[in-house]
Ligand binder design. Structure first.
Ligand SMILES: *[C@@H]1O[C@H](CO)[C@@H](O)[C@H](O)[C@H]1NC(C)=O
Ligand SMILES: *[C@@H]1O[C@H](CO)[C@@H](O)[C@H](O)[C@H]1NC(C)=O
Ligand SMILES: *[C@@H]1O[C@H](CO)[C@@H](O)[C@H](O)[C@H]1NC(C)=O
Ligand SMILES: *[C@@H]1O[C@H](CO)[C@@H](O)[C@H](O)[C@H]1NC(C)=O
Length: 367
């Protein structure tokens, strides 16, 4: 095993010339400054347009030894399972924390499940016993979810990601049908409330409503826009959509399977990234390098690691969203995580299934 000081030089020698900082280096400061000038003053933190991010939704970051890697500046974690002390420690270690929770499905193992009324509940999600769609038009749903937002604020979250709000695109059983505009109205309330508690708000997927929701959110999270050929949907999000606005950040995750036969440093840096073998079911037969270039849109004209396609911030993860992260420059790290016995949505199914596009879970090898 190699200790940290040597890691730095070894990684330095492996890095490609146009690498963006993925270690302990500061984020792109000119971009941050520009954004702060253009933005109306708000008290809550909002993410910079250009930044890496780490998602840890299987296990929670283990900060017991007072360090966290990679120091990307922004982490998204599970709001229910991550203790307040961990979130506050992550802040102390310089990492802003986005707290994920479901805002449009009811999971019958949550403490607050009993507060939903019968009329709030729609169909059970296919393959996911115990989890039902919520009628986001109902006042009681907002009431229960606003308590979740209270909890996020109490725990010290810097932002929230209210998930599953694309309920309009699923077979949910509600009549009359929930339409995209219902999601817009619902997110408007969710967002106003979260912001009043000093947290910013992100929208996940929901590409159909990125325009109408623009003012109500502070960033977007995208899954598999390369795989779905939908990255251009974010054009008007990362660049100013109209006068007196500026673009907002998009954090994009693409999935791979991998095998690795090399060593890790003590603090979780892959010391031989060239020994990774990555695979993606939709882009078969590509070498590691070609697959990474594909998933990071690096073959688009004028795009480099430093000047990402449509200003979208991409990272590469496995479907179970554990500590593994591959950056667009090819570096790989592993956040140290702690198993907290996350309750699974169904026997043998992983908790954050809901984070992954519903219909994709099985096709992508989720178990
Ligand atoms: C709101 O959040 C910002 C950024 O995290 C922090 O600096 C500020 O102290 C917070 N304000 C309140 C009232 O908690
Ligand atoms: C997303 O991509 C699909 C094809 O993969 C296409 O049918 C759809 O119109 C796209 N949506 C947007 C908003 O770009
Ligand atoms: C971006 O906005 C322009 C002007 O409103 C519109 O014509 C275009 O379709 C939008 N692009 C996307 C991808 O939504
Ligand atoms: C990962 O491997 C499994 C099992 O072979 C496969 O079903 C799945 O599609 C793969 N996932 C990706 C992202 O390629």
């Amino acid at each position: 095993m190699v200790r940290s000081p040597m890691v730095v030089s070894l990684i330095g020698s492996l890095a490609v010339s146009n690498a963006i900082p993925t270690g302990d280096l500061p984020l792109s400061e000119p971009v941050v400054a520009e954004r702060m000038e253009a933005q109306p003053a708000v008290s809550y933190w909002t993410p910079p347009l250009k930044s890496n991010i780490q998602f840890v939704l299987t296990g929670i970051p283990d900060v017991a030894e007072n360090y966290i890697r990679p120091k990307v500046g922004i982490y998204e974690i599970d709001m229910f399972y991550t203790p307040e002390a961990t979130i506050r420690k992550m802040n102390e270690l310089g990492q802003k924390v986005i707290c994920y929770f479901s805002a449009a499905t009811a999971e019958n193992w949550r403490d607050d499940y009993k507060n939903f009324q019968k009329a709030d509940l729609g169909l059970e999600l296919p393959d996911w016993p115990g989890e039902k769609y919520l009628d986001i038009r109902r006042d009681n749903v907002f009431k229960v979810i606003s308590k979740r937002i209270d909890l996020a604020a109490k725990k010290g979250c810097n932002a929230i990601e209210p998930d599953n709000v694309d309920v309009y695109s699923n077979d949910n059983g509600f009549k009359p049908a929930i339409v995209p505009d219902d999601t817009v109205k619902y997110l408007h309330k969710v967002s106003a409330y979260a912001r009043s508690l000093n947290m910013s708000v992100g929208i996940k997927n929901c590409i159909e409503i990125l325009g109408p929701i623009f003012d109500d959110v502070d960033f977007a999270i995208s899954e598999q826009c390369v795989q779905y050929h939908n990255c251009t949907a974010y054009t008007n999000f990362t660049t100013a959509p109209r006068a007196n606005t500026i673009g907002k950040p998009v954090f994009e995750v693409e999935y791979v399977n991998y095998t690795y036969t090399g060593e890790w440093s003590d603090d979780g840096v892959a010391l031989q990234p060239e020994l990774f073998k990555t695979k993606n079911v939709d882009f078969p037969g590509l070498t590691n390098e070609k697959l990474r270039r594909k998933l990071c849109n690096l073959d688009e004209p004028g795009v480099t690691v430093d000047k990402p396609y449509l200003k979208i911030n991409t990272i590469i993860k496995t479907l179970d969203l554990d500590g593994f992260i591959m950056f667009c420059d090819g570096k790989v790290e592993k956040t140290k995580t702690k198993d907290v016995g996350q309750r699974r949505g169904a026997p043998g199914k992983m908790l954050r299934r809901s984070w992954v596009r519903e219909k994709e879970w099985r096709r992508m090898g989720g178990t």
